[in-house]
Write a protein that binds this ligand. Structure first.
Ligand code: PGA
Length: 252
């Protein structure tokens, strides 16, 4: 059984006080939730304060990025071990905004995943095709390449610390959610690639989250798909009420 994960990616939003306020609201609203792993990813400056706020609850804190080194002359960067030290158990890597706006390559993302594993943290590894790639029939090739190059050199044990997030770029922040069938098709494909790369058991145990315009009114259908194991939520994670409803998706 794969325990569902609902993760909120707060992107570049909220001050420290606003972040703590949202974390406290979620802590109160979701105190009784046991069957879902809940993660929030605030901006770097709010990480420690949010980690303190959710301490004692089941809400975990993730970082939105990291640099693949332990320490050194890398002005402006933060390492996975320092993020762990600040209270993060998970780190998002490969988000399409970083691939597109900051030119992050599959190789760089792979180095980050290895550094995250070495630090004993969990990677939330994002992949996804653009609309052009989908419409020109290259979607499966793109996904396969992102997975193969992003996970090269990792073994089955390391995969225990990797969560995959399928986020079609055309659905991120656009309000255009993938249909339940489109999500299922992509997730089943991703799981197939993982079983070729590792083993069927590894693929069967890996959580694959869907991301891209997940909202309270579409989460139930997405979560009903057999290979959708959770959601990575952007816009709707900024409001406690919406995110709490997404965490409390209705099964079946
Ligand atoms: P969205 O963002 O929910 O606002 O589409 C998802 C994401 O970027 O992870």
């Amino acid at each position: 059984m794969r325990k569902p994960i609902i993760a909120g990616n707060w992107k570049l939003h909220k001050t420290v006080d606003e972040s703590v306020d949202l974390a406290n609201q979620l802590k109160a609203a979701l105190a009784d939730v046991k069957n879902v792993e809940i993660i929030v990813a605030p901006v770097f400056t709010a990480l420690t304060a949010v980690a303190q706020a959710v301490n004692g609850s089941s809400i975990e804190v993730a970082a939105q990025n990291c640099y693949p080194a332990v320490s050194g002359a890398f002005t402006g960067e933060v390492s996975p071990s320092l993020l762990k030290n600040a209270g993060c158990n998970s780190i998002i890597v490969g988000h399409s905004e970083r691939r597109q706006l900051f030119n992050e390559s599959n190789a760089f993302i792979n180095a980050k995943i290895k550094a995250i594993h070495a630090a004993g943290a969990r990677a939330i590894f994002c992949i996804g095709e653009t609309l052009t790639e989908r419409e020109s029939g290259r979607m499966f090739d793109v996904l396969k390449r992102q997975i193969n190059e992003g996970l090269v050199g990792l073994d089955a044990e390391a995969m225990g610390g990797v969560v995959v997030a399928y986020e079609p770029v055309w659905a991120i922040g656009t309000g255009k959610v993938a249909s339940n069938e489109q999500a299922q098709e992509a997730h089943a494909f991703v799981r197939g690639v993982l079983s070729e790369l590792f083993a069927t058991e590894v693929a069967a145990a890996t959580r694959i989250l869907y991301g891209g315009s997940v909202k309270p009114d579409n989460v139930d259908g997405l979560m009903a798909m057999p290979d959708v194991d959770g959601a990575l939520v952007g816009g709707a994670s900024l409001k406690a009420e919406d995110f709490a409803r997404i965490v409390r998706f209705q099964q079946g």
